[in-house]
Design a protein around this ligand. Sequence first.
Ligand SMILES: [Zn+2]
Length: 229
Amino acid sequence: MVPGARLVVLGKQGAGKGTQCVRLSHHYVVPHVSTGDMLRAAVKSGSALGEKVRQVMDRGELLGDDLIMEMVADRLSEPDCRARGFVLDGCPRTINQAQALAALLSPGDVDLVVDIEVPTAQVLRRLAGRRVCVDCGANYSVTSPPKVNWTCDVCGGEVVQREDDTEEAISRRLDIYEKQTAPLITWYTERGQLARVNGVGSPDAVLRRIIRAVEDRREGSSGVAARRS
Ligand SMILES: [Zn+2]
């Protein structure tokens, strides 16, 4: 049986983070814990937490670390996460959150923090090529357009570039991400918990690299434990 794992996955938009999180959750048989999915589900359900989230978003404010960590702590305390671990996606975003996560898992810790690295120019090209149907939301791209003249294959709607998918807007989002994430990368690097993984190539190839990094980490830490004992 494959042992479980406690993983945090970082990566800029367009780096294939979501895809790899799903694959990792299947490989290690652990839940994919996505804060984005949880927030959307909470808002939809109209729960007390969802109502809080909706109010913050309606005011155009960012969700506080406390609220995010409360939600993550709840999820990680459920039996599936406790038994085998998790693939955490979307958290931590700040050093405060990383510290709260470490406290939450103490005396244990995450097995590895994986940073999926893809050159910005490549991500930019991929994201700027996206096109979407205004009616049904079907996804296309400049390299795989609808069959007829930017008319949706599914519903016949108009297929366009989203306003926030222009190169300029994407560049701005990527810049913000790097500025926000840089301190976190440093923090995890200093703790010896970060693995940088090359995110260029097929999803299968990238998954293999991540699994290799996790296995290397496990062998490394059991080696340390063996030498100590
Ligand atoms: Zn459509």
